[in-house]
Design a protein around this ligand. Structure first.
Ligand SMILES: Cc1cc2nc3c(=O)[nH]c(=O)nc-3n(C[C@H](O)[C@H](O)[C@H](O)COP(=O)(O)OP(=O)(O)OC[C@H]3O[C@@H](n4cnc5c(N)ncnc54)[C@H](O)[C@@H]3O)c2cc1C
Length: 398
């Protein structure tokens, strides 16, 4: 069930089927237990490492699989069908790999890409602060030059993979007075030992408690005169003041990833609902024979397919190197709303059992809402879509 693999290239088909088999055998039967315990899925992550998934989009010359964003999206949808947390663990490294490849110096590419490809190191990505999420240009963390170093002060929040990562893609202000504000923002590749607090950086553990998306830590990062060598600036000296641009490009590919997660959750909810509707009886027949249930199933399936197509379109457009904020915004918005709607309909179809911790439905129902918030909330996506369309109309393209 799920994506029809006959349309894929042979390479894509092989990897999608391998990931699907891994998810069916090793993820779905165990995900809820680990999620309820908020336990890091070590053995699943080891399998993903062995399959080379952390290096999916990293070029072969750096030890990756050298596959495109479209294939990465297919993989993320399959993984999220099992447990969306695994996609979150993968994604920090994916975004870092993309940003270093696109914007890093040659030395930074040589240093980090081979280790990210094999998952010898994993990465986190940090923009959000306690007072600013959507309004990225309002962040307050600063990096002030001091000889060959920068001294970083400030507080970050909601950093997925914050504790276990060995590098963190960090967005700060190097010129807090700059107008417009984004011209004073700079990205750093912060190096640290996983699961330790280096001098000047505190990562409070245990991590933040969450409704869902459990098993991977989301942490704060508290910088107190943390010293970062100037060589850690993403893009080197030339990258100073370009951090906002670099991080937005990372977020744009991240949006395709989140759309793919939406496809995965929507698909999982549909599969659970179909199975249950063919088993459960009410009023002398399988509930799947009641029209009200059939209407929900039809809507769930249609949403899932539409989400899949929008996500594939966004991934293809991004892969061309053309501007794709419109397509990525539409895919992220639609696919994540589809995930939420399908999780809710699945719970309705399960009746009381949907509310039980024994079935996967309640986990899907708790995991789905994050997708509407993270990587740019769905309200922000709608603004991006509308503004781009208005712009195109003014340019005579729409
Ligand atoms: C589990 C989890 C993991 C996360 N992981 C990471 C991570 O790894 N790295 C990271 O940097 N961040 C991460 N985040 C943060 C996430 O990206 C932010 O929560 C998100 O960007 C929204 O920001 P906010 O929470 O500050 O909400 P706000 O920006 O305060 O928004 C609140 C509400 O106002 C709406 N809103 C804001 N501005 C506008 C506007 N102009 N027009 C219309 N509506 C608007 C929003 O859509 C939302 O509904 C994570 C969050 C969670 C919950």
């Amino acid at each position: 069930m799920g994506l029809d693999v006959s349309d894929l290239t042979e390479e894509q088909r092989d990897i999608v089927l391998a990931v699907r088999a891994f998810v069916d055998k090793d993820v779905i039967p165990h995900a809820s237990r680990l999620e309820h315990a908020d336990e890091f899925p070590t053995s699943m992550v080891e399998t993903m490492k062995g399959m080379g998934l952390f290096g999916t989009t990293i070029p072969e010359e750096y030890g990756g699989l050298g596959l495109g964003l479209d294939t990465y999206a297919l993989i993320c949808a399959e993984i999220s069908r099992g447990w969306v947390t695994l996609s979150g663990i993968l994604n920090g490294s994916f975004i870092a790999g993309y940003m270093i490849r696109m914007h890093g110096t040659q030395e930074q590419r040589d240093r980090f890409l081979p280790k990210l490809a094999t998952a010898e190191i994993r990465s986190s990505f940090s923009m959000t602060e306690p007072h600013a999420g959507s309004d990225v240009q309002a962040i307050r963390t600063t990096a002030v030059r001091d000889g060959d170093d920068f001294v970083i002060n400030g507080q970050k929040m909601w950093v997925t993979n914050g504790w276990r990562s060995a590098i963190c893609m960090l967005l700060v202000k190097t010129d807090p007075t700059a107008v417009p504000a984004h011209t004073g923002m700079t990205g750093f590749i912060i190096e640290k030992e996983p699961e330790t607090n280096p001098p000047g950086l505190t990562i409070p553990m245990p991590a933040m408690k969450k409704l869902g998306y459990k098993g991977v830590e989301s942490t704060e990062l508290i910088f107190d005169d943390f010293r970062a060598p100037a060589s850690w600036v993403l893009g080197g000296e030339e990258g100073i003041g370009l951090g906002f641009k670099y991080f937005m490009s990372g977020i744009e590919v991240g949006r395709v990833n989140v759309a793919a997660r939406g496809v995965g959750i929507a698909q999982a909810a549909l599969e659970e609902a179909l199975k249950y509707a063919n088993e459960r009886e009410a009023f002398g027949k399988k509930i799947g024979n009641h029209q009200a249930i059939q209407l929900m199933i039809a809507q769930m399936a249609t949403r899932t397919e539409a989400a899949r197509l929008l996500t594939a379109q966004a991934a293809r457009k991004k892969a061309t190197g053309e501007r794709s904020d419109l397509e990525a915004g539409m895919a992220k918005y639609f696919a994540t709303e589809a995930a939420q709607a399908n999780a809710t309909d699945c719970m309705r179809i399960f009746g009381g059992y949907g509310y039980s911790l024994e079935f996967n439905v309640e986990r899907l129902y708790r995991d789905a809402p994050l997708l509407m918030i993270g990587e740019g909330s769905n309200e922000i996506q709608q603004l991006i879509i509308a503004r781009r369309l208005l712009e195109q109309q003014r340019e005579g393209k729409a």
